[in-house]
Design a protein around this ligand. Structure first.
Ligand code: ATP
Ligand code: MG
Length: 417
C-alpha cells in the first residue's frame, strides 16, 4: 500500500470542519477591515523566494521543495504566502495605479523540515497583506485584527509580543555590535547560532535553544539603536494598541530575521502549544517591494498556521447544532420513502438512512449508532394513512404527524439554533 508522504496528512471530518470555520471566521473579520481574498499559484519561480524570503533564511536554505520542471525552469512549491502576493501586486501594476491594496489568502504551504507536533511538511496558512500605507495606527489595527480573528475562534491564553526593528541603517550598526557580542561567546553557542553568526546574526537572537537564550540575556538591545523616527513610530504603535485595549508585551529579542522587515514585528503566541508556540506572526516590510520590483511601496502582513489554530480551537465550536434525522423504512414502503425524502430535501432538511434496510430493530440500532436525534418511521401503516411516526431519541416520545407538521417542527428547530 502506498502511504501519504512524511509530514503530510489527509484531512477530513473534524479537521475539515475546523478548516472551514477558520476560513469563514477570517473572511468575516478581515472583510470588515476592508480585505479581499487573493488566490495565487502554489508553484512559483524559485528566484522569487530566494529574493523575497532571503537566501540566508532557514526556509530558503534548507526547507524548500524545489525542482526543475519539464521546461527546465527552477520552480518551488511555495513555503509561504507573502512573496507570491507581492509578485501578483507588482505584476498587475497596482503600485503605479492604485497602490493601496488589502488582500487575504489561505492555502497549503510546503517546507521540508523535521515533522513534529505543530510542524508539518505540508501545512496551511491564513494570511493578510496590505500595501501602500505606512502608519503606526495601521500597524496596531493589523495586530488588533489578528487578535479579533483568533478570539472569534474561541482561542484564549494568547499573548501578543511586539518589537521594533527600526530601519536598515540603524540595524546595520546594531548587527555589528551584536556580532562583536556573539564573537566573545561563540564557543558557548549552539551550532545553529554559530552558523547564524556569519549568515544571519539577528536570527540567532530568537534561538529556541535554552543555552543560547542564557548567553543572549545581556546582548545589546535593538531599541537603543533605533533613530528618533523609529522610536516614535514604535511608541505610537504601542499607544494605539493600548487605546484598542490590546494587551501586549515587548519582546526585545523578537526579530523576524529578514532584511526587508522594518519597524513593527509581532507574534501571537499560545501557552498551550509547547515549543511550537507561535500561532500568528508578521510585521512591516517597507523594503520588500523594492527588492522584488523596484517599487517604493510600504507593506505589512501576517500569517497564521491553520493547524496550530485548529489545535487550540474549542471543540464545541464545530459540534453540530443541527438535528440528526434518521429515516426508517422497508422494502414495502420504498416508494413512500422516496417521496418523503424528496420533500424533506426540497425543504432543506438533511436526512440519513440505510440504503438496504433490514428489520426495524437493525435500523434503530444504526440510528442509535449514528447519534440520531430523531427517527422518522415510514412503515406500512404510515404509508396507508399518509403520515410519519416521529420518535425523539432523547425522551423516547413517539407520535404520528402529517408531513407538514414534521416540516414545521424541524423548521422551527433550525430557527432556534
Ligand atoms: P518557526 O520558528 O515555528 O519555524 P517560522 O518563523 O518559520 O516559525 P513563519 O514563516 O513566520 O514561521 O510562519 C508563520 C506561521 O506559520 C507560524 O507561526 C506557524 O504558526 C506556521 N508554521 C510555520 N511553519 C510551519 C510548519 N512547518 N508546520 C505548521 N505550521 C507552520
Ligand atoms: Mg520555520
Amino acid at each position: 500500500m502506498i502511504s501519504v508522504l512524511k509530514g503530510m496528512k489527509d484531512r477530513y471530518s473534524d479537521d475539515v470542519k475546523k478548516y472551514d470555520l477558520i476560513v469563514d471566521t477570517a473572511k468575516s473579520v478581515f472583510e470588515k477591515y476592508g480585505f479581499e481574498r487573493i488566490i495565487t499559484p502554489i508553484l512559483e519561480e524559485t528566484e522569487l523566494f530566494r529574493r523575497g524570503v532571503g537566501d540566508e533564511t532557514d526556509v530558503v536554505s534548507k526547507e524548500m521543495y524545489e525542482f526543475v520542471d519539464k521546461g527546465n525552469r527552477n520552480v518551488t512549491m511555495r513555503p509561504e504566502g507573502t512573496a507570491g502576493v507581492v509578485r501578483a501586486y507588482l505584476e498587475a501594476g497596482f503600485h503605479k495605479s492604485s497602490p493601496i491594496v488589502k488582500w487575504f489568502y489561505h492555502g497549503p504551504m510546503y517546507r521540508y523540515e523535521a515533522p513534529q507536533k505543530g510542524r508539518f511538511r505540508e501545512f496551511h496558512q491564513m494570511g493578510i497583506e496590505m500595501f501602500g500605507v505606512r502608519s503606526a495606527y495601521l500597524d496596531a489595527e493589523i495586530i488588533r485584527m489578528g487578535c479579533e480573528f483568533l478570539e472569534k475562534l474561541g482561542i484564549t491564553g494568547l499573548v501578543v509580543e511586539i518589537n521594533s526593528l527600526g530601519n536598515i541603517e540603524s540595524r546595520k550598526k546594531y548587527i555589528d555590535d551584536l556580532k562583536a557580542f556573539m564573537e566573545k561567546r561563540l564557543d558557548k553557542l549552539s551550532d545553529d547560532s554559530k552558523r547564524r553568526y556569519t549568515t544571519n546574526p539577528l536570527r540567532a537572537l530568537d534561538s529556541k535553544d535554552k543555552g543560547d537564550q542564557e548567553q543572549f540575556i545581556n546582548a545589546p538591545k535593538l531599541y537603543d539603536y533605533l533613530d528618533e523616527e523609529s522610536k516614535n513610530y514604535f511608541e505610537n504603535t504601542k499607544r494605539y494598541l493600548e487605546l484598542m485595549n490590546i494587551n501586549y508585551v515587548v519582546n526585545d529579542k523578537l526579530v523576524r530575521g529578514l532584511d526587508y522587515y522594518s519597524d513593527t514585528v509581532f507574534e501571537i503566541k499560545s501557552n498551550k502549544l509547547g515549543s511550537q508556540a507561535t500561532v500568528l506572526a508578521g510585521g512591516r516590510y517597507d523594503r520588500l517591494l523594492e527588492i522584488l520590483g523596484n517599487a517604493k511601496v510600504p507593506g505589512i502582513g501576517f500569517a497564521a498556521g491553520m493547524e496550530r489554530i485548529a489545535m487550540l480551537m474549542d471543540e464545541n465550536l464545530i459540534a453540530k447544532k443541527e438535528n440528526k434525522i434518521y429515516v426508517i423504512y422497508f422494502d414495502e414502503t420504498k416508494e413512500y420513502f422516496v417521496k418523503i425524502v424528496e420533500e424533506l430535501r426540497k425543504n432543506g432538511i438533511k436526512v440519513n438512512f440505510d440504503y438496504n434496510p433490514k428489520s426495524f430493530g437493525a435500523q434503530m440500532k444504526k440510528a442509535n449508532r449514528e447519534n440520531a436525534d430523531y427517527v422518522l418511521i415510514l412503515g406500512e401503516d404510515e404509508q396507508k394513512e399518509n403520515v410519519i411516526t416521529m420518535k425523539k431519541f432523547s425522551t423516547g416520545e413517539q407520535e404520528k404527524y402529517s408531513f407538514e407538521q414534521v416540516l414545521k417542527h424541524f423548521e422551527r428547530k433550525s430557527l432556534e439554533k
